[in-house]
Ligand binder design. Sequence first.
Ligand SMILES: Nc1ncnc2c1ncn2[C@@H]1O[C@H](COP(=O)(O)OP(=O)(O)OP(=O)(O)O)[C@@H](O)[C@H]1O
Length: 362
Amino acid sequence: MSLNQISLNNFRNIEALSFSPSDQINIILGENGSGKTSLLEAIYFLSNGRSFRTNKHKLMIRHEQTKCVVHGKKQLHSLSIPIGISKDLQGETQLRIQGQSSRKIAELAQILPTQVITPESYELFFGGPKERRKFLDLGVFHVEHQFYSVWKDFNKVLKQRNALLKSKPVQYQLQIRTWDREFVRLAEQINMFRKAYISRFERHFFDKIGVISPIFKGLEMRYDAGWKGDLAELLNAQLERDSKLGYTTKGPHKADFNFYANGHGVENILSRGQLKLTLYALKIAQNNLIEAETEKQSILLIDDLPSELSQDTMLSIAHLLAECQSQLFITAINSESIQAIVEPMKRNVEMFHVEHGRLITK
Ligand SMILES: Nc1ncnc2c1ncn2[C@@H]1O[C@H](COP(=O)(O)OP(=O)(O)OP(=O)(O)O)[C@@H](O)[C@H]1O
């Protein structure tokens, strides 16, 4: 159930590249600027229809070219599913799944559950609630079939409500009250999906992953639904304030999912190395849970596997990665820098070398 064929055209500094990765661990080696991150970014683009490092689609397209293309083949039991995506300078996306064109990026995301760990991923701890909601909802999206359509419907209602709060047409409060019935119904469903997922995620994390390092013992996860008490009453009570602000201040779009160590926010108490370990543990736990509940093999993209960690932390990361059943793509400058992590994993490892946007055999 892995991605067993990948090819890229005019993606960043890569003119044309094609390779067959292992379904276990793929190490992508190369000098700074060789194209390692671009390769990961292309895999992410194939599974999510966007980049993990920019919102500006033009930057993904190779200079002086008009479109970038990524193809892959996903092996599902004896079935090989071809998938492809391209983006042109105008921002037009074309998707093909099993030879059919599709308009739904969510279909791609369903086929290829993908997570990424880059130096920017620490936003999960240091950034705003949006980052943590994204992390939480990625898991819910994969394990709860109905979540995506409920979430989409909720966002439509929220958009309507906010537009009314902003433009304040005649009798807008009456219109809002009519919308609010649907708002509350969908909000409660989202909340229910998230809560059910979190309880399974916590159990999985502490049973399977939490035993790997003593750091995880004092870890606690706190979910904030985005409101407290009766949402219908709250929306009503907040209407004046929301009208002044021009947006809805309570609801699942304001949810948060925080991580605490011994009662304090992890970002205030854990060291950088401990935070790295915690980040790896959370992402791997999520991938493992998605795999356990959906029978899909997920993909974990790791840009710049940290090498400047103490022996203990390196070993814990190696144990975490050994627990991870995902298809792994890891970039590094040279093989020595990641030897200490890769060796104890005891999984099949393939090495690929990138030079000036080309794969070379060594
Ligand atoms: N749209 C583009 N067209 C052509 N080249 C580009 C484009 N965008 C970025 N580049 C170049 O592609 C090269 C590869 O970048 P990439 O970030 O993939 O390197 P890397 O191997 O991950 O490097 P590092 O180890 O420093 O992180 C860089 O030289 C970058 O300037």
